[in-house]
Design a protein around this ligand. Structure first.
Ligand code: HEM
Length: 509
């Protein structure tokens, strides 16, 4: 299918840098979660801080600091965005991550994860603004002081400052992280077909940036403004309706969740299940994650190249799908990696002929009950931009008696997507938390899983590892080792939208 849009290049100077870069070289970072105290002062700060907001332009030299600014729905309202515009944002953004019980249940935010117990983002502690600060070694404090100057303290109250640490590309359990990311189609050359039978890592720009066609070849719904509205001339026109101004073009949604990791609990469970055999302990932990601890995939590498996956000599490979592991004897069906991105295509079995496709769509020719159990990956990709916090802890140390005042460790999980419902919420709810993912029963993600019973759902504390010629090995009594401590949905606006916000008059809350 040809895309129905002009393939104009994107003006990356209008896009906040996090959409294009992970800023991995800036190893110090913190997340400022702010409440707007006084809107006029907050706007004055933003006006002065605009030149500090990092864009997606590739600079000749890597910057030594970076800053990004995002707003929750309450932040947009406080900065002067009217209800008629706010209501054009996506329903899940307007409702918020902790906005209703049904959403909390679907996201696994029940029991120990329930928003009532969150340190921030739960009822009464929702932030308005997120300021992400990134800096070179030793520069973060100065950078923060510089950013928090002018009318910052008149404009904002700091709800929380989430620190981060540098575990050198590993997450706190010790596994290599940040290997697999979608390859965004910035040049807009991808013309998604109606039915895709080849797995590709290249994803339509509109999956990650609002105002451009997504994997369906459509523009995601968003508020479009009357060009005659005051200050609307600060905004770009909508590509799909040039008579309207597009508040969201070059912006996206940012999801953040503070995920505390019980590193000792994770390794103690693996150790017990392995009867303290170190090799077996590592094998079980790797089966839960879906990659070896150093990052190599458990699934066999693909014999042919995958579009959008670079071969980097010496680095953990990303060149695989699960086609070569249909019985999951290499990478379990329920492993975190396989749940988070099943790397499948639109139709199982890839029927090449028109007639066989139709038969497959009608449910005939299905060989296994698993064949029909998964949604196609290309509509559910997320761009991960999180950072770990807390000190590292090796496996042997994790198994020792914990000291008094053991420091907290975890992941400040951040992801970007133009559609929170189809991106983060689908991956989290329908894949990671599902007790029936890919034909499984009574288990959810072994890393993130929440064993608390939800509604009619049964106990979920199992993890099964399929074996060749034997029934699956089942680990029972899985402990919850990741607990949600806070979370929120933000809008990460374009630079032109930030300029527009600076001009909006204050509304009273
Ligand atoms: C503390 C919590 C978490 C831990 C310890 C964790 C750990 C990992 C590790 C070690 C990898 C392999 C590295 C890579 O392929 O880049 C990975 C991949 C991934 N994770 Fe997580 N993760 C966590 C939370 C989440 C959450 C909340 C989501 C989404 C809602 C998520 C989605 C993904 C995705 C999409 C991948 C890449 C899968 C692929 O493309 O093959 N993770 N994670």
């Amino acid at each position: 299918m040809r895309s129905n849009v002009p393939s104009d290049a994107v003006d990356v100077s209008d896009v906040q840098g996090l959409v294009r870069f992970g800023f991995g070289h800036l190893t110090e970072a913190c997340y400022l979660l702010l409440r707007i105290r006084d809107a006029a002062s907050a706007r004055a700060w933003l006006t002065a801080a605009l030149p500090l907001v990092s864009t997606a332009v590739k600079l000749p030299q890597k910057p030594s600091t970076a800053m990004q600014v995002a707003f929750t729905v309450s932040g947009l309202r406080a900065i002067g965005v009217g209800d008629e515009v706010v209501s054009g944002f996506s329903a899940e953004f307007v409702s918020g991550m902790a906005g209703d019980q049904s959403r909390s249940r679907r996201l696994g935010d029940i029991g120990a994860n329930a928003p009532d117990g969150w340190e921030w983002g739960g009822p009464g502690s929702e932030p308005d603004v997120l300021v992400i600060l990134l800096a070179d070694v030793g520069m973060l404090e100065d950078w923060r002081r510089q950013v928090e100057s002018g009318s910052f303290h008149d404009g904002f109250e700091t709800l929380a400052c989430l620190p981060t640490s540098n575990l050198h590309n590993n997450e706190p359990f010790g596994f290599r992280d940040g290997i697999s990311q979608p390859d965004i189609d910035w040049p807009r050359q991808r013309t998604p077909g109606t039915t895709e039978l080849t797995y590709t890592n290249i994803v339509a720009l509109g999956e990650f940036l609002l105002g451009y066609p997504n994997e369906y070849g459509k523009y995601t719904d968003r508020p479009l403004l009357d060009p005659l509205e005051e200050y609307a001339d600060y905004l770009l026109s909508a590509e799909d309706d040039p008579s309207r101004k597009d508040l969201c073009r070059n912006g996206t949604y940012l999801v953040i969740r503070q995920l505390e990791q019980d590193v000792r609990g994770f390794w103690r469970f693996a150790d017990q299940a392995a009867k303290s055999d170190p090799k077996e302990r590592l094998r079980l932990a790797e089966a839960m994650v879906g990659r070896e601890i150093g990052g190599d995939p458990l699934a066999p590498l693909n014999p042919s190249a995958i579009p959008g996956v670079d071969y980097v000599p010496g680095a953990p490979s990303n060149c695989f799908t699960y086609d070569q592991d249909p019985e999951a004897t290499r990478c379990p069906f329920g492993a975190h990696l396989r749940r988070a991105n099943p790397r499948n295509v639109d139709l199982p079995g890839r029927p090449a002929w028109f007639l066989s496709r139709w038969l497959r769509m009608l449910g005939w020719g299905i060989k296994s009950f698993r064949d029909d159990a998964l949604a196609s990956t290309r509509f559910h990709r997320i761009l991960r931009r999180g950072r770990e916090y807390g000190p590292g802890l090796g496996i042997e140390d994790a198994l020792r008696q914990e000291p008094a005042n053991d420091p907290k460790r975890g992941l400040n999980f951040v992801c970007l997507n133009a559609n929170i419902s189809r991106g983060f919420e689908f991956v989290q709810g329908a894949w990671l938390m599902s007790t029936t993912f890919n034909g499984l029963n009574d288990e959810n993600d072994p890393v993130l899983g929440n064993a608390a019973a939800a509604g009619d759902c049964p106990y979920t504390g199992n993890f099964s590892i399929p074996r060749v010629g034997a029934p699956p090995q089942v680990l029972a009594g899985m402990q919850q080792v990741v607990t949600v401590r806070g979370g929120a949905y933000f809008f990460l606006p374009s630079l032109s939208a930030l300029r527009y916000f600076c001009r909006r008059p204050t509304q009273t809350r």
